[in-house]
Write a protein that binds this ligand. Structure first.
Ligand code: UD1
Length: 418
């Protein structure tokens, strides 16, 4: 398995380009199942999860191609079953449930099971489909759904603004018979990107980006050409990289307006951010960082996907800050690894108390999930000496060309097989 070896202590300098958003590309790829014509996507990041999604589309009866950052898909002969081999490697596979129910009136999707950052059930997805007339049976490790007579538009009020649940229901509602309303919907920019894609295919969705989304079901969707939005979490990670190394980065293709909660906290810590026409300039304002209190929340609150990276940065801040994780129940696995590098972090239930220590010292560490890996890379970039990060396949699920991008701005980082 590959490892990353980082020699820390180099202030990063230069420009770094943000790739397309994984969390927008995944649902949009699943939405290709809804389209009767061909779909051509650009700015698709070359990541393991994208390849898994394309494999899933093939199994479900699509022809696909993936060259450079362009992916294409065309439905040839739709099939209703998503096997465990794919779903277990990527939970987002469950996003094919809505499209399959809408197009075929049936779907069999392997149950995703638990994952490293918590139980992550899909009960809210299923409850939404039930409101639209679907019936489910969980048997033999599969969610088996049926909808005699097709999906009917419905009013669905989510208990929690689940991102995947909103996306799944949105896709199903696009082809349902009659109007639907999703209340307490997720407002994440990736949900908006999916809705924009669906509208480009002929769907009638409005209110996306607010907590009430309305959908007028249409009989069919065409294909379209669509550019995936840039990845706000990757952009936020590179902002943290500039700050943690005391360098200065120009972040190109940065979706700055989607990062308000992150830039607010970074500025509060003493990071200087300036939006220019083509990039966002980031550096430490006056050399010192100050620790802050953060609570993760659904968008537009502080994203859980930036929590681990902010924690790495706070190891270098002055004073004590707290990070409360409100979205996932087990998302602090990076804490013990950061402690191996010399961090002083105490955990109490869902809150981490981070005492700034000013310096970390490189050591071998292990990545446990995608964003935990990103926080270890950040820590390694700023730590004295050598940090070796194992299990970086987690990182490859969400960061395109991370070592090439970071070495391009001066980091001493290399991947070795082993
Ligand atoms: C998506 C993102 C992930 C991000 C998360 C929260 C993708 C591919 N992944 O994940 O990177 O961290 O949003 O911003 O876009 N829940 C239920 N029942 C459900 C659905 C969710 O209890 O039916 C719970 C989950 O267990 C979790 C919380 O709700 O505790 C948030 O989940 P959700 O918003 O659905 O996240 P994902 O779509 O899985």
């Amino acid at each position: 398995m590959d490892k990353l070896i980082i020699e820390g202590g180099v202030p990063l300098q230069g420009s770094i380009r943000v790739s397309g958003a994984k969390n927008a590309a995944l649902p949009i790829l699943m939405a290709c199942l809804l389209a009767e014509g061909p779909v051509a996507l650009s700015n698709v990041p070359r990541l393991a999860d994208i390849r898994t999604s394309l494999k899933l589309l093939n199994i479900l009866g699509c022809e696909t191609t993936f060259e450079g950052n362009e992916a294409a898909s065309r439905v040839v002969d739709l099939k209703p079953e998503a096997p465990y081999e794919l779903v277990k490697t990527m939970r987002a596979s469950v996003l094919c449930l809505g499209p399959l129910l809408a197009r075929l009136g049936e779907a069999r999707v392997a149950l995703p099971g638990g994952c490293a950052i918590g139980a992550r059930p899909v009960d809210l997805h299923l409850r939404g489909f039930e409101r639209m007339g679907a019936e489910f049976e969980i048997t033999e490790g599969f969610i088996k759904g049926r909808c005699k007579g097709g999906l009917k538009g419905a009013k669905i009020t989510l208990d929690f603004p689940t991102v995947g649940g909103t996306e799944n229901i949105l896709m199903a509602a696009s082809l349902a018979d009659g109007p639907s309303t999703i209340e307490n919907a997720a407002r994440e920019p990736e949900v908006v990107d999916l809705a924009n894609f669906l509208n480009a295919c002929g769907a009638k969705i409005s209110g996306h980006g607010t907590s009430v989304i309305t959908v007028e079901g249409v009989p069919s969707l065409s294909g379209c050409d669509y550019r995936i939005m840039p990845d706000r979490i990757e952009a936020g990670t590179y902002m943290a990289a500039a700050a943690i190394t005391g360098g200065e980065l120009e972040i190109l293709d940065c979706p700055f307006s989607d990062l308000d909660a992150v830039s607010y906290k970074l500025r509060e810590m003493g990071v200087w951010l300036q939006e220019e026409e083509d990039y966002v300039l980031v550096r430490r304002a006056n050399g010192l960082l100050k620790n802050v209190d953060v609570t993760t929340q659904p968008h537009p609150g502080f994203p859980t996907d930036m929590q681990a990276q902010l924690m790495a940065l706070m190891c270098f801040g002055q004073g004590t800050g707290t990070i409360e994780e409100k979205i996932f129940e087990n998302r602090f696995m990076h804490v013990l690894e950061l402690v191996r590098l010399g961090a002083d972090i105490r955990l109490k239930s869902r809150t981490a108390m981070v005492h700034g220590v000013g310096r970390l010292v490189g050591a071998p560490v292990m990545a446990s999930d995608l964003r935990a890996s990103a926080s270890l890379v950040l820590a390694g970039l700023a730590a004295e000496g050598t940090t070796t990060i194992e299990r970086i396949y987690h990182l490859d699920r969400g960061y395109e060309n991370i070592e090439a991008k970071l070495s391009g701005v001066g980091a001493r980082i290399q991947r070795v097989g082993g």
